[in-house]
Design a protein around this ligand. Structure first.
Ligand code: FRU
Length: 468
């Protein structure tokens, strides 16, 4: 090899390395959180503390399919840019680390604080696959971990587990909140086909309060990841109970139903008998709200569906979170409905109107403004001829997302389909906001009263937008 061929070999190698590093990874979203590598499912332990939004997540770092669960960790100061941190909770002799929540124990009720300061406390489910195999019961129990350095390091409580049900099977996903009018903690727990509420003065000792739901709502699958959220509307208190369910969602697989009602510190009572869904799309699951955000109710979900989550065609990582949603209640007729919108912090996403958006580059947010209710279809396509359609069908009074020819879909027979959502608003004008990232679409209709989230895998980015 002469001097020139050695130099050109180095140049080629350099170009290869540089282009390999800088090439965008196929399907990797830009404005949604994804783990650098490995598997992710539910968001966990979201707590706002000292100016930082903490997001933990179900994580298996050693594979891109579900396995022994850890709590991964990411942080943000603006709800838009997420920085992945080190893994915070690892499996141990009690089991894998399943989903749960985190609170700021300001008054140090748990006694786990330090130097007169309250700790952050994570309340999660330990899942023992050994117990599950050996005895088929008593394999899920609730445990604590705490941090006295604002979430940087976590110590598991030596008295774990703190809540156990020897005859129980599915007994998981504790969401804990401070119930100030009775000065106690309330834990909302998913127990197979219903919700159980427990209370505690100190996060360590829990007393059963009541059950809800065995005969309410959808029951096409197991109940998981609940959240109990207080709202104030015109001086009156209302409560929303989120219940995730797998399978049994309106467009197949897993989804999030909700109940509006009241909670008196012991019992939750729903004010309606119809089944309602927080998001009618296929890909917003296991979402819960941040604790310690005052009157703001901020939620993030896992942007996938158990139907095909382990099969989606990403390479080094699997799954993203949804964009953060700000929840509120809205009256329609005599009823209150849950609505989800993008929080003001997400105003930084590049925005356009559909009329101006013939050629688009992702990520993008497209606003329709307010128009009379009528048939409407938008399409987003790429040079391969793949097309994602969405819009409103007047005859059936439904919004839809059509991903039947939107990109790669061969990994699961039920992926390439049209999904529908009822229009809940009754006004004679409507509005629509759509956010597209490299492998997702999020649709907010009627100021967030009907919401749909779906993942898509176009072989190249959609670059053309059209309105019919
Ligand atoms: C929901 C869920 C939870 C469980 C976790 C395990 O997606 O099944 O119920 O805690 O995932 O990873």
């Amino acid at each position: 090899m002469n001097r020139y061929s050695i130099i050109s070999a180095f140049v080629l190698l350099y170009v290869a390395v540089v282009s390999c590093n800088s090439a965008p990874e196929k399907y990797r979203p830009q404005i949604h959180f994804t783990p650098k590598s490995g598997w992710m499912n539910d968001p966990n332990g979201m707590v706002y503390h000292e100016g930082v939004y903490h997001l933990f997540f179900q994580h298996y770092p050693d594979s891109t399919v579900w396995g022994p669960m850890h709590w991964g960790h990411a942080t943000s100061t603006d709800l838009v840019h997420w920085e992945e941190q080190s893994i915070k909770l690892f499996p141990d002799s009690l089991g894998w680390i399943f989903s749960g929540s985190a609170v700021y124990d300001e008054q140090n009720s748990s006694g786990l604080g330090k130097d007169g300061k309250g700790p952050l406390v994570a309340i999660f489910t330990h899942h023992s696959s050994e117990n599950e195999k050996a005895q088929g019961k008593d394999f899920q129990y609730q445990s604590l971990a705490f941090s006295n350095d604002a979430g940087v390091t976590w110590i598991k409580y030596e008295g774990n587990p703190v809540l156990r049900k020897p005859e129980g099977t599915d007994f998981r996903d504790p969401k804990v909140m401070w119930y100030s009018s009775r000065s106690k903690w309330i834990m909302t727990l998913a127990v197979k086909d219903h919700i159980e509420f427990y209370s505690s003065p100190d996060l360590k000792n829990w007393t059963y309060e009541s059950s809800f739901g065995a005969e309410a709502g959808a029951h096409g699958g197991v109940w998981e990841c609940p959240d109990l959220i207080p709202f104030k509307k015109e001086g009156k208190e209302h409560w929303v109970l989120l219940v995730n369910i797998n399978p049994g969602a309106p467009n197949g697989g897993s989804g999030t139903q909700y109940f509006v009602g009241s909670f008196d510190g012991q019992h939750f009572t729903a004010s309606h008998t119809d089944t309602r869904w927080m998001d009618y799309g296929t890909d917003n699951y296991a979402g819960i709200t941040w604790s310690n955000t005052g009157d703001r109710k901020l939620l993030i979900g896992w942007m996938s569906n158990w139907m095909y989550a382990n099969l989606v065609p990403t390479k080094n990582w699997r799954s993203a979170t949804t964009l953060v949603r700000e929840l509120d209640l809205q009256q329609v007729g005599a009823e209150l409905y849950l609505k989800s919108n993008l929080p003001k912090e997400l105003g930084v996403i590049a925005e356009t109107s559909i009329e101006q958006a013939e050629r688009i580059s992702l990520p993008i947010k497209i606003e329709m403004g307010t128009v009379p209710v009528g048939q409407m279809e938008w399409s987003f396509s790429n040079k391969e001829g793949e097309v994602l359609k969405l819009g409103y069908d007047k005859a059936s009074n439904r919004y839809f997302i059509d991903r039947s020819n939107a990109g790669e879909a061969g990994f699961h027979t039920d992926f390439a389909k049209i999904q529908y959502a009822p229009r809940i608003a009754t006004a004679d004008s409507m509005n629509l906001t759509v956010v597209l990232d490299h492998s997702s679409v999020e649709l907010f209709a009627d100021d967030g009263l009907t919401v749909m989230t779906a993942i898509v895998f176009p072989t190249s980015d959609y670059s053309i937008a059209e309105r019919k």
